[in-house]
Ligand binder design. Structure first.
Ligand code: URP
Ligand code: ZN
Ligand code: ZN
Length: 526
């Protein structure tokens, strides 16, 4: 054999060797996947997951079925799906398989009252995922009144995200630029809701005139107007009055902004929304006074959404009188957590559909930040935790107590939010084609909630002792299991939300009826 023949044989042998090495490497990789190690999902770009034997719960239906997940989407929901090689199996026998929670109300790294809420988009989302919430909608604030700048800032803040999120945008003043920016945000940036603060005089508060302009613009754009409903002028008056009486501690907070001020602002916002014929979303309904306004409006056919938050549903104001400042200050938020009786009324309203969905208003400030108001309750940064605890507490307060069904639980923690903000059934459902944001909830489990073990950066916790979510799957990956988090910084996705959701259906007909009912202008002969 000549030299060239030898060279060809050597080349062929080398090629064979390379081929062999490649096969072994792929084999080893497959082995890692098939072994089903704890980090199975990390080793794969697009894990394949089969959740077996659980009760799959949607807002309108529940059935025993398996759920097959691939490519970040739910592919199949059906009984007895065959186990296949390379597919990770999660046994959910005796447990509920549900859409991941959607928290409609959070404030990550929010600059407020001279401080910044202490969870950023990463730590806050770690907290959320470990509690079974797979999407949240955060309130972006304008930067010096500029909405476009505020949006860009929030986009930057959210770069570190590890789960899906969307934004509401606040409107804190009114001019042509604000109107233009609202249009840009809706048409090009995936925002379909705007929040107006009727409180926080001197910082975020808007006047009735600004509220009206904002409502009109929202209606034109098909975006949902939201209100923080407290009479800010009267709150300022109440704060001066209570402080003047020598009441400087955290108990001064609820005393200075009683339920009547929340009821007044809620009623005012509802009436202005009726005048404009726009839907309205009232955030953090905390009192019977506000609830009565929402109830009356809904009873009359007006499209008003009422959102209680977990603190209002589960707690009362007694801790604000705690002799220990650190303890009492933990509970300072606005509108305040109310006296015994209000939370029960809110629970009842939620169970009968007068209120529609549950948020958290997660806006945590740690003890050092809260201590800024040690000698003046008006300086205690307002806000409490909740994004990690919401799913557990709502289960405990609403399902365990027998007030609602498991399907209703899914509705108020996930589906209603997805529908209101026009992202259903991408979110809020366990259906083929939906995003694979899924939780496994064990009704018999007790996971400890405690400041010592929670994932939020806050050093206190107003909820100690609840817990039920065993597995969280976000974007098709298991991120929470065996009380361990496996998340990737930067893997979160911004979920754009389209305008003109169902709340806007038929409003044009109501407008047309109104116009034709006027019998005006009257032609008069002068
Ligand atoms: O106390 C609260 N609620 N802090 C966050 C800001 C707000 O009003 O939602
Ligand atoms: Zn608010
Ligand atoms: Zn809030």
């Amino acid at each position: 054999m000549g030299t060239s023949g030898m060279r060809t044989i050597m080349m062929m042998l080398l090629l064979l060797l390379i081929l062999l090495l490649c096969t072994i490497t792929v084999g080893i990789q497959n082995e890692i996947c098939l072994v089903g190690s704890e980090n199975f999902e990390c080793a794969q770009k697009s894990p394949k997951i089969l959740i077996k034997g659980g009760t799959v719960v949607n807002a309108d239906h529940q059935q025993i079925a398996d759920v097959y997940i691939e490519d970040g989407k739910i592919q199949i929901v059906a009984p007895d799906i065959k186990e296949m090689e390379g597919v990770r199996v999660i046994d959910a026998t005796g447990k509920f398989v549900m859409p991941g929670g959607i928290d409609p109300h959070t404030h990550m790294e929010m600059p407020f009252m001279g401080e910044e809420s202490c969870d950023d988009f990463f730590s806050g989302q770690e907290a959320a995922l470990s509690g079974g919430t797979t999407m949240h909608i955060d309130f972006a604030l304008p930067h010096n009144g500029d909405l476009a700048e505020g949006f860009r800032l929030w986009v930057q803040k959210a770069e570190k995200s590890c789960m899906d999120y969307g934004f509401h945008m606040a409107v804190t003043k009114w001019n042509d630029k604000v109107a233009q920016d609202m249009e840009w945000l809706v048409k090009e940036k995936g925002i379909n809701s705007f929040k107006f603060f009727m409180a926080y005089k001197g910082s975020l508060m808007v006047s009735d005139e600004e509220l009206l302009q904002g409502f009109k613009k929202c209606k034109e754009l098909g975006a949902v107007p939201q209100v923080h409903a407290e009479n800010g002028d009267a709150v300022a008056e109440g704060q001066a009055r209570i402080f003047g009486l020598g009441i400087t501690g955290p108990e001064g907070h609820p005393l200075s902004r009683p339920p009547v001020l929340e009821g007044e602002a809620t009623g005012r916002a509802i009436k202005l929304a009726k005048f404009v014929n726009t839907p309205l979303y009232v955030v953090h309904v905390m009192s019977i006074d506000a609830l009565d306004e929402v109830s009356r409006a809904r009873h009359s056919g007006q499209r008003v959404i009422g959102e209680p938050v977990v603190s209002g549903l589960a707690l009362n104001d007694s801790k604000l009188w705690d002799p220990d400042f650190r303890t009492a200050a933990m509970y300072v938020m606005s509108p305040p957590i109310r006296a015994v009786g209000h939370s029960q009324a809110l629970q009842d309203a939620l169970s009968t559909g007068i209120l529609q969905l549950v948020g958290t208003d997660h806006c945590p400030f740690n003890s050092k930040q809260k201590a800024l108001g040690k000698h003046d309750f008006r300086k205690i940064p307002n806000g409490v935790n909740g994004v990690e605890e919401r799913m557990h507490i709502v289960w405990d307060v609403m399902v365990n107590s027998g007030k609602i069904s498991v399907t209703d639980y899914v509705r108020i923690t996930s589906t209603a939010c997805a529908k209101i903000f026009n992202i259903y059934p991408q979110k809020g459902a366990v259906l083929p084609g939906s995003d694979a944001d899924v939780i496994v909830l064990n009704p018999n489990a007790e996971t400890k909630i405690s400041a010592k073990t929670h994932h939020s950066r806050i050093d206190t916790n107003i909820y100690e002792g609840w817990g039920k979510v065993e597995v969280t799957i976000s974007q098709g990956r298991v991120v929470w299991e065996n009380e361990q988090l496996t998340v990737e910084r930067g893997s979160g996705r911004y979920i754009p939300m389209k305008p003109f959701g169902y709340l806007f259906d038929g409003l044009d007909k109501v407008d047309a009826t109104y116009m034709s009912s006027m019998q005006a202008p009257v032609n008069r002969n002068f």
